[in-house]
Design a protein around this ligand. Structure first.
Ligand code: ATP
Ligand code: MG
Length: 401
């Protein structure tokens, strides 16, 4: 037999209460502690005092109707109201249905009530209420577990971000210490040679040493700039301020700037077609994109050759690509090169830190654009950038080149 259950009979008829009590105490499958109240007031007062498992409620009480009692039971002071079985007279089924709508679990007609019918009805209601309790506890548990899982995921994400940042910081320290040593040594050597032996050096030699100092210092300054930019991107602090830009002029100026510093071995070809009007972009970020791609094309073409820069204007987007005939990139390494500090295995002694393409990719993405790379070892590399004319519009208006 299961635990003893507490049952409250609210009925003004003492005879009826006695009958219910007798019937229920005869139930071989369930034991009860039975309480009685002969008025609605008393019944409600008892409900406040005692936690009942079931209430048997007479529909007609002298001080309150069954429906009014139900309303009272639903009030906040009864946090988990006990399930109710309504007892009605014959012909009151319509009222009983109304009571069911108000949350009564079952109803029984008083006349000709049999012991087994009452026993079964009460047991069913108890079972149902037990199931409800288990269900709501399970739901609560589930909610708790979901909350915990969300919390865990958030913590893991924060931890991973932290780890990524730490790894990035360590890489910065490694890069600075490695990449700074060589140029710094060259600068120190050149400077001390100039200081100690300037009298013995002719003008051309002096110029050569000064050039080394300038070149190495520029390299070191770029390294610091790139690291700062990358650090900003890592911290999600990148700024994107689009403005209307005349792309033809913008790139013409950059190409001219590059041509001035170009060696005789390289030739920079600039071609543009299509409609470039109506473009909005961030000048600073676009400059980063162009400078990184052009400097790669030049740097990784040590034997010289043509470097082509093509600008193609479309209705809703612009495409530009930079093509060289340099050393190329091994196919299996191509997709990783947009990650910071990644370099190709065929760079030999060509200097670099592996930051340029990572910076370029973020700059392109800030514009809502796309960057792709095609390359063949020994044949050359082509990097294509596609940008929407108005940032945020690329996906809705893809065009073919
Ligand atoms: P820096 O940070 O100074 O630009 P980097 O040139 O090594 O250094 P990225 O510009 O990010 O770094 O390029 C990453 C790598 O991709 C390079 O080290 C090189 O191996 C390869 N790479 C990029 N562009 C080209 C290219 N045009 N031709 C051949 N290899 C290239
Ligand atoms: Mg580079």
């Amino acid at each position: 037999m299961s635990d003893t259950r507490t049952l409250l009979i609210i009925d003004d008829c003492a005879e009826d209460r006695r009958i219910y009590r007798r019937y229920l105490l005869k139930d071989p499958s369930q034991s009860y502690q039975i309480l009685e109240a002969d008025s609605a007031q008393d019944g409600l007062a008892m409900c406040q005092e005692i936690l009942c498992d079931v209430i048997l409620l007479d529909f007609y009480l002298p001080d309150m109707s069954g429906l009014e009692i139900l309303d009272h039971l639903k009030q906040e002071r009864f946090e988990t109201p006990a399930p109710v079985i309504m007892l009605t007279g014959q012909g009151d089924e319509a009222v009983a249905v109304q009571a069911m709508k108000k949350g009564v679990q079952d109803y029984l007609v008083k006349q000709h009530l049999k012991p087994d019918v009452l026993q079964l009805a009460v047991r069913n209601v108890i079972q149902h209420s037990d199931l409800q309790t288990v269900l709501s506890k399970t739901k609560e548990k589930q909610r708790f577990m979901i909350q915990q899982a969300e919390l865990l995921a958030q913590t893991q994400a924060a931890l991973m971000k932290e780890q990524k940042l730490n790894a990035f910081k360590s890489q910065i320290i490694r890069t600075v210490s490695c990449e700074y040593r060589m140029p710094l040594a060259s600068i120190l050597t050149a400077a001390s040679t100039l200081k100690q032996h300037s009298n013995q050096l002719d003008k051309a030699k002096q110029q050569k040493f000064l050039q080394i100092i300038e070149q190495k210092a520029r390299y070191m300054a770029k390294l610091v700039d790139d690291l700062l930019v990358c650090n900003q991107f890592e911290l999600n602090k990148a700024q994107f301020k689009p403005q209307p830009l005349d792309l033809c002029h913008f790139f013409s100026d950059l190409v001219e700037e590059q041509r001035e510093n170009l060696s005789d071995r390289h030739q920079l070809i600039y071609k543009m077609i299509g409609d470039h009007k109506g473009f909005w972009g961030d000048g600073g970020l676009l400059r980063q994109i162009f400078m990184n791609l052009i400097s790669n094309a030049i740097k990784y073409s040590p034997d010289g050759g043509d470097i082509e820069f093509h600008l193609i204007g479309g209705d809703s987007q612009v495409i530009f690509y930079i093509k060289d005939k340099g050393i190329g990139i091994p196919i299996q390494e191509q997709e990783n090169l947009f990650q910071a500090f990644c370099r190709g295995s065929n760079v030999n002694t060509i200097p670099g830190t592996g930051l340029g393409l990572a910076i370029t990719k973020v700059c392109v993405e800030l514009h809502g654009g796309d960057i792709t790379l095609e390359s063949q070892v020994g044949k050359g590399t082509k990097v294509t950038v596609t940008l929407p004319k108005r940032p945020g519009e690329l996906n809705s208006c893809k065009e073919s080149v």
